[in-house]
Unconditional design. Structure first.
Lengths: 286, 328
């Protein structure tokens, strides 16, 4: 449907973050799984310090793969970055292990939460501090900080994570990442399987963490509507390519984004069926 | 009290103490299986290797003596010193650590993400390789293991039970010390897993490899740790069995006794390995005592496996197998 980049609104930086240092730079990367399956076909993006950058797109667009390429979790899934480069603070990440990256302040919260089911909520949070060497006191203080942001987790601290609800698990996963004192969190699909109210709450906390703790987020999300309300800048991926990018406010107003991802058009809100048939027709024509 | 009941009590106690030995071997399997999903066929050979190494170091033997003599035409067998038991045990632990590092570096590091059956086959290869290495390193003669554990009948129990029942129980000191050491070992392992940072990392890896990677836990490091722990457990099992029946090749076959224990107790549960071992030890002793004479005896050879089969049919995850937590 959108095979070529239609329009580029910006240079990866939202107006309110103008002049911010670029933390993460992904340059035209290509990712191949199992030596044959080409998943990313040249994705480039920039993540400025202190921003919330959203990666949007449908199933199989390449959002998760992009995040895993950055955090180097691809290797364990037989994926490989075959072209392009990824720089964090100007340093190539290709030869770093996920552990090295956590040490440098980049941590991923994986899609589907991935809590340690048989560990308690508190033990889950503490595993996040595995790479830290600044002592028990600092870790205990951060644990309290996490409990301040997620009071629900404090109530559930002694329960096995496998028995907590989806929302609590998502909070545990984010809290666990926070325990590593990250500079950047790669947050994959935080809304997955959660009720709209909970999604709202989790995004609210992400926003607060961004503003109060200065955590930079790169967030992959299918829920375009929510993501664009909380993010500063957005990239839209389709079948392994960035097809559009711009400040979140601009993307929200873009007629194509409105039609394809927000289910709205000039004539107002369309039914899902209409959007689908419209999309199909447009793809035939292009 | 009728005589039969008193005999049964003695048999039960001895069976339980035997069960502790089975449990020790099973424990080594559980540790590795839980943390890495590898069913380590080499666990029994590791016990043999550890016991051989311990005896070799203790007696001051030259490792690879035969090989060195063959190549250089020399005639060295002993260094001419004897190492105290405790120091020899510590040195053996270092050897098991080195073994864990090598196994990780040369075998399993290259097999990350492979099918369980491939990992299992790798451990079969490892078992035969290690068997050969221990032969080459220390020779294949039967050795006596003596690390200063008390041997022989416990007189105190003999006297006390004679006082009460008018019949003295024959209980071996070695079995009692094995039970005590096993209890300390298990207590230590559980405390390590529950209350230390590395122990927590170990449990995290057991739950979810990917997530453990994502929070910065180094899988290789944790796996070396787990193999070292399994090596230590193998060493303890090797000491116990070796003291009992000599250090020889058949020591590696104790692994076979651990299989029914694992099926009973579950492959993923440390308490399961203990309870499974005790049940099998006690069960086979009592079965031999009560039913054995009616069907011609020697039931100890097969009782455990039949019990395991029954469990496979009715409760395949074992008594304490990890509950699969799943929310829909």
């Amino acid at each position: 449907m959108l095979d070529q980049p239609l329009e580029t609104h910006g240079d990866g930086v939202a107006p309110e973050l103008d002049g911010a240092e670029t933390l993460l730079e992904v340059n035209n990367i290509e990712v191949i799984y199992n030596h044959v399956i080409l998943v990313l076909k040249g994705v480039s993006l920039k993540v400025p310090k202190g921003g919330i950058t959203a990666l949007l797109g449908g199933n199989g667009a390449g959002k998760t793969t992009t995040l895993k390429a950055i955090s180097n979790l691809l290797h364990s899934e037989r994926g490989e970055v075959t072209k392009g480069s990824i720089l964090y603070r100007g340093e190539p990440v290709a030869d770093l292990t996920p552990s090295d990256l956590v040490d440098r302040g980049v941590i991923q919260v994986m899609e589907g939460r991935h809590c340690f089911e048989h560990l308690t909520v508190e033990e889950n949070l503490l595993t996040g501090s595995y790479t830290r060497k600044d002592g028990r006191g600092a870790i205990a203080a951060d644990l309290e900080m996490v409990y301040d942001y997620f009071p629900r987790l404090k109530e559930r601290r002694g329960s096995q994570a496998g028995y907590t609800s989806g929302g609590e698990q998502q909070m545990t996963a984010i809290g666990r990442a926070l325990m590593s004192r990250p500079e950047t969190i790669l947050l994959d699909e935080p809304s997955m399987g959660l009720a709209p109210q909970l999604v709202e709450q989790i995004f609210g906390i992400v926003k607060r963490l961004n503003e109060e703790q200065g955590v930079t987020f790169l967030l992959a999300e299918q829920n375009t509507n929510v993501a664009l309300r909380f993010a500063h800048y957005g990239y839209i991926l389709e079948s392994g390519r960035v097809v559009m990018d711009g400040p979140a406010a601009d993307l929200r107003e873009n007629p194509d984004v409105k039609e394809f991802y927000l289910g709205m058009s000039e004539e107002g809100r369309k039914s899902f069926r209409d959007v689908r048939s419209y999309r199909r027709r447009k793809r035939w024509l292009s | 009290m009728p005589d039969q009941l008193i005999f049964a009590m003695e048999v039960t106690i001895n069976g339980l103490l035997n069960g502790v030995m089975y449990a020790l071997v099973a424990l080594g399997f559980v540790l590795i299986f839980k943390a890495s999903g590898i069913f380590n066929y080499a666990q029994g050979v590791m016990a043999l290797f550890a016991a051989m190494t311990l005896v070799g170091i203790q007696q001051g033997r030259v490792p690879f003596g035969h090989l060195i003599n063959e190549i250089f035409g020399t005639d060295v067998h002993y260094f001419g010193w004897e190492v105290p038991a405790l120091a020899a045990i510590l040195l053996t632990v270092v050897v098991m650590l080195a073994f864990a590092v090598l196994v990780q570096k040369f075998v399993f590091k290259h097999l990350v993400g492979q099918e369980p059956i491939i990992l299992f086959m790798a451990t079969i290869g490892l078992a035969y390789f290690l068997e050969g290495v221990s032969d080459l390193m220390w020779g294949s003669e039967i050795r006596n293991m003596d690390v200063g554990l008390p041997q022989g009948i416990n007189d105190a129990i003999d006297a006390a039970t004679f006082e009460i029942f008018g019949y003295g129980f024959f209980i071996d000191n070695l079995d009692i010390s094995a039970a005590i050491i096993a209890a300390i070992l298990v207590g230590g392992l559980i405390a390590f897993a529950q209350y230390t940072k590395q122990g927590r990392a170990m449990r995290a890896v057991a739950d979810d490899h990917q997530a453990a990677l994502s929070v910065g836990i180094k899988l290789n490091y944790v796996w070396v740790l787990v193999w070292t722990l399994a090596g230590i457990v193998a060493l303890v099992a090797g000491i116990m069995w070796g003291s009992k029946s000599g250090v020889q090749f058949s020591l590696s076959l104790i692994a076979l006794k651990a299989l029914p224990v694992l099926m009973l107790g579950g492959f993923t549960s440390i308490p399961g390995a203990i309870v499974g071992g005790l049940i099998i030890g006690m069960g086979e002793a009592l079965f031999e005592f009560s039913i054995g004479p009616m069907i011609g005896g020697a039931t100890e050879n097969w009782f455990a496996y039949v019990l395991a089969l029954v469990f496979l049919v009715f409760r395949p995850q074992g008594l304490f197998g990890e509950k699969i937590i799943e929310r829909v």
